[in-house]
Ligand binder design. Structure first.
Ligand code: SF4
Length: 367
């Protein structure tokens, strides 16, 4: 590790401030971002509209820090997964999912996750640390680079980014926010707010804070229609219950004028949360909040104690929601043959949480 600054850590505002500290004009930030994100140039000497002294200064004080790519796998359905190593103990996973009309990149925000949802393979790895802003945004940069210069002949581009990989993004608020700003900044990746989605398990104070500073799309890992069940499968619910969560989501949607509303994610676990009574409770729970429900067939992983709901039960659940006025989709399982499907991302995490597989009530309360 060097003591140079990692320019990937800076959104436009931070980069402008950093240049000001060096006695440089604000437009330098825009110039540099165009080289990095539009031209994809990482060699300061090749940034020809920067003065020679400035290029020398950049070489002496700054760098663009890349992880090591330790795996690059292509599934039979075109899904592609990368494993990026950031330091000796930690690697994370990033997945690209091509579809007819879009290409979605699922990125990670933490090395592991401390929230211990028992159906999630990331949780089984434990938790090491938050990723920096640079470590988050470089996943988008590298994915685009590798998709464009593709040894597999796949030239799709990234049209959507979802923070649904490893980690709970809102526990890493201060690093996630600048990264999402870069995703939506025209001088960087220029994606619209509808195409950048942050998925949270429900860190209520952070949802309130988020609505004041951004209007990206919000998804919530709901997975249960009542507190008793949600406490078991999304343990952070013991700290922030459904009433508070739904209120925060409602306010987020109202404040940001998001007509599409919230995407509610609901993993289908056989015999746990998949009955028609659960569907009925879900309809009652979400009444009045705009949004759509995404039913996710559970993807098994070694050591998991859950099974996926039967196909017929998923379809009946969807039918009930649809008949009661909700848009409810069933997520197609993608990338299963390379362990890139939803809930299967593990990377390699040097667990520092020193916990059993379940988060204690005390730990949940300190989040
Ligand atoms: S589902 Fe999300 S919040 Fe829960 S343990 Fe997995 S990564 Fe963390």
């Amino acid at each position: 590790m060097t003591d140079k600054v990692n320019l990937f850590d800076f959104d436009r505002e931070a980069l402008t401030a950093w240049f000001a500290e060096q006695g440089e004009k604000p437009f330098r930030a825009r110039q540099l971002m165009k080289w990095i994100y539009h031209e994809r140039v990482t060699d300061f000497d090749a940034m020809t509209d920067l003065s020679k002294p400035l290029r020398e200064k950049l070489k002496a004080t700054a760098e663009l820090r890349f992880p090591t790519v330790i795996a690059d796998r292509l599934a039979s359905d075109g899904t592609r997964k990368w494993v990026f190593r950031y330091d000796c103990g930690n690697s994370i996973e990033t997945v690209f999912i091509p579809e007819d009309d879009r290409g979605t990149l699922c990125i990670s925000s933490q090395a592991g996750c401390a929230l211990a949802c028992p159906f999630c393979s990331t949780a089984h790895e434990g938790f090491n640390r938050n990723l920096t802003s640079g470590e988050i945004i470089v996943q988008v940069w590298l994915a685009k680079e590798m998709l464009n210069c593709d040894r597999h002949g796949n030239n799709r581009v990234v049209t959507n980014v979802v923070l649904m990989g490893m980690g709970e993004p809102l526990v890493n608020f201060n690093n996630v926010l600048p990264a999402t700003r870069l995703m939506m900044d025209d001088y960087a990746f220029g994606l619209s707010k509808r195409r950048v989605t942050l998925s949270t398990s429900g860190i209520v104070p952070a949802i309130h804070a988020l609505r004041e500073v951004t209007d990206l799309s919000l998804a919530v890992s709901l997975h249960a229609p009542n507190d008793e069940l949600r406490n078991q499968i999304v343990p952070v619910n013991a700290r922030y219950g459904l009433d508070a969560l739904l209120d925060a989501c409602h306010q987020y949607v109202q404040h940001n004028g998001q007509h599409g509303g919230v995407t509610w994610e609901y993993v289908m676990l056989r015999g746990v949360n998949d009955s028609l009574e659960h569907a009925r409770q879900l309809v009652e729970l979400l009444r009045g909040i705009p949004g759509k429900i995404n039913l996710i067939p559970f993807n098994a992983f070694p050591g998991s104690r859950f099974e996926c709901s039967k196909r017929g039960d998923i379809l009946a659940f969807q039918r009930y929601l649809t008949e009661n006025g909700y848009v409810a989709t069933i997520r197609k399982t993608r990338g299963e043959d390379i362990d890139a499907a939803c809930g299967q991302l593990v990377g390699q995490v040097k667990d520092r949480s020193r916990r059993e597989r379940k988060l204690s009530r005390k730990e949940v309360e300190t989040l």
